[in-house]
Design a protein around this ligand. Structure first.
Ligand SMILES: [Zn+2]
Length: 367
């Protein structure tokens, strides 16, 4: 039986993960997970199912499927996005850092004014830094600080926390969440969003699903003058739709459609710092210093972790948690990369309104 493809049609079998992460090669991992199939001879499978939830490109067959118009977005010299506004929207303090921290840092460095908007209060996230006597309330306070620290690490101008209860976004009215986002998008005059992909058929975390659909609607409705007209009449806002979207899909069974690969090689350290910034989640944050101290109690040390807590945290995240970005980027000759379903204005397709106006300008004659 042919070995299953990894990362879609480009088949990166044989890639090994560098760095101290030292995971098995993706191809080996997939081979190990193969199950017997009852497909008749001669039938070529076009999809694979995954019987468990493994959120990761390195462990899920066909995690990405590629659109034909795939674009590799590289560094753009100068400040080409000067004057534009970016909203990175996340349900929890770790969503943007894990999946798109490099791209957000890149876009801001290239001129965007960035804002980080968090929907939940993160009260029931994984217990990382709360200590043995943790409480939900303690988590709310820590995560608020974490969200602000993530925004700072990415170069955002300001962070917002909307405070919905964690893992319960689906009991809040979608229309209220969307309305608050419309308010912020108009207030900030947002051009571009980074968020989870609302077009994906998705995953287990209800907060991600609700958020992505609220963002999707808000991007369009922010431009509609008849929605929430008091924003214009009383507050003086300008209607403005969000025209560019960098959406991240993380369906556990794979088949996440992408059409944009962003080279984040120059921004990997910023991405690492944004992951170190969220302490309450546990997966990154202070994981390096905890490991360093645990080893010290055994009379050991990892040279990789350096000689102080800051070095331990940074090096731990960079060498143990960036493998997906490294392996994915290697397929495109990039050191590190992030993957997106990108929606944006097209330069090549005619705009019907502009075409109509051009026709009127060219052909209108005096009465
Ligand atoms: Zn999340």
């Amino acid at each position: 039986m042919r070995r299953r493809r990894f990362f879609g049609a480009s088949a990166a079998g044989g890639l090994t993960l560098g760095g101290a992460g030292g995971l098995a090669s993706p191809s080996a991992m997939q081979t190990a997970k193969e199950r017997p199939s009852a497909l008749p001879p001669g039938v070529t499978p076009s999809a694979y199912t995954v019987p468990h939830s493994e959120y990761g490109a390195a462990t899920t067959p066909d995690y990405f499927v590629y659109a034909n118009d795939l674009v590799i977005e590289r560094n753009r010299p100068g400040k080409p996005h000067k004057g534009k506004v970016l909203a990175a929207v996340q349900a929890h303090s770790d969503d943007i850092p894990i999946f798109c921290g490099g791209t957000v840092a890149k876009l801001i460095d290239e001129g965007y004014t960035g804002y980080l908007i968090r929907l939940s209060n993160d009260e029931s996230g994984p217990v990382g830094n709360r200590g043995p006597n943790w409480t939900l309330g303690h988590g709310v306070l820590l995560s608020q600080k974490d969200n602000d620290a993530v925004a700072e690490a990415l170069g955002c101008k300001k962070a917002f926390s909307l405070g919905y209860q964690n893992h319960r976004l689906d009991e809040d009215a979608l229309i209220e969440i969307r309305g608050r986002l419309i308010f912020l998008f108009r207030l900030l005059q947002v051009d571009t969003v980074v968020c989870y992909d609302p077009y994906n058929d998705y995953e287990e975390n209800p907060d991600h699903t609700v958020m992505s659909h609220a963002v999707q609607g808000a991007c369009w409705m922010a431009s509609e003058e008849r929605d929430y007209p008091e924003h214009f009449k009383l507050l003086g806002f300008e209607p403005k739709g969000v025209r560019e979207k960098y959406y991240v899909a993380r369906a556990a069974h794979g088949h996440n459609t992408i059409n944009r690969v962003v080279d984040i090689s120059s921004y990997i350290d910023a991405k690492v710092r944004s992951n170190v910034a969220y302490k309450d989640k546990g997966s990154a944050g202070d994981a390096g210093l905890r490991l360093r101290r645990a080893l010290a109690k055994q009379g050991k040390k990892l040279p990789l972790l350096g000689d102080d807590d800051d070095s331990a945290n940074f090096n731990y995240v960079k060498h143990f948690m960036m493998d997906d970005n490294r392996v994915f980027g290697a397929q495109f000759g990039l050191e590190y990369a992030e993957a997106f379903h990108y929606l944006g204005p097209s330069d090549s397709r005619p705009n019907p309104r502009e075409s109509r106006q051009k026709y009127i300008d060219a052909h209108a004659v005096p009465l």
